[in-house]
Design a protein. Structure first.
Length: 259
């Protein structure tokens, strides 16, 4: 394969702030054709700085066909840390299309002194961890992963998401809040106090946009039921946008050593 610095066309699998920032940085640099692909889960995504497509590819084979047909010379997986299926497809597709793959995988959050985190494997386990007694729960799992809440209708849920939950959840004690990060510590403290939140359900997504809720939970002594992130299959693994740009500016031999 040619060295990455010579890659003239890049397909970014996006849906995260990191993907948007990477696309903006590459667009500003110029000299490359860049396309951003979104799964379409957010109904009104933010304006993107490069040409954007929306929708799935039909699995790894479909993504590989798209890479070949579009003449892409590099694939960047900048999807959400919990988008395990598309990340696995990216690995297979890159191999089938014989293009290099960079996986932008931001670090997860790490508990600090004073945090009360209860680590669980998945969302159903998180709901079970709330226990049988009614609690007041702030849910930040993403609107497509809240169905397991139906197993514990005794709790009072405040669900925050970018788009409305569709179809609505038939829960007796449910309030939905539509909002998009980044969120401030002051705002999260006020939210938790106003709704008298006793527990937080969260995925360990990492990043700065939603970290403030964890700082607020620590300050107020609120336990966090934290869903551990899945392993993300990777090509060349980097932790941030600067890491991707660094790879693209390395020479071929340096690239081989870094891989």
């Amino acid at each position: 394969m040619p060295p990455l610095y010579s890659a003239p066309s890049i397909l970014i699998l996006g849906g995260t702030t990191d993907a948007r920032l990477l696309a903006a940085a590459l667009a500003e640099q110029g000299g490359r054709r860049v396309e951003l692909s979104l799964a379409g889960r957010t109904k009104a995504p933010l304006a993107m700085p490069v040409p954007t497509r929306v929708g799935g590819f039909g699995g790894a084979a479909g993504l590989a066909d798209y890479l070949r047909a579009g003449g892409f010379s590099l694939l960047v997986d900048a999807t959400h840390p919990f988008a395990a299926r598309i990340s696995a497809n990216a690995v297979q597709a890159a191999g089938l299309a014989e293009v290099p793959l960079i996986s932008l995988h931001r670090p997860g959050w790490v508990a600090q002194a004073g945090d009360d985190w209860r680590m669980v494997a998945d969302v159903p386990a998180a709901v079970t961890a709330l226990g049988p007694a009614a609690t007041r729960v702030f849910v930040t799992l993403g609107r497509q992963e809240v169905a397991p809440l139906l197993a514990a209708p005794q709790h009072h849920y405040l669900i925050r998401s970018v788009d409305p939950i569709d179809p609505p959840l038939p829960l007796p004690h449910l309030q939905c809040l539509l909002d998009r990060g980044p969120f401030s510590l002051e705002g999260e403290l006020a939210l938790l106090r106003h709704h008298r939140i006793s527990h937080i359900l969260s995925k360990n997504s990492g990043g700065d946009a939603a970290r403030a809720k964890l700082d607020a939970a620590r300050a107020l002594g609120i336990p966090v039921i934290m869903v551990a992130r899945p392993d993300k299959p990777a090509g060349m693994l980097v932790e941030n946008v600067a890491g991707v740009l660094g790879l693209l500016h390395q020479t071929g031999p340096a690239m081989d050593r870094g891989a």
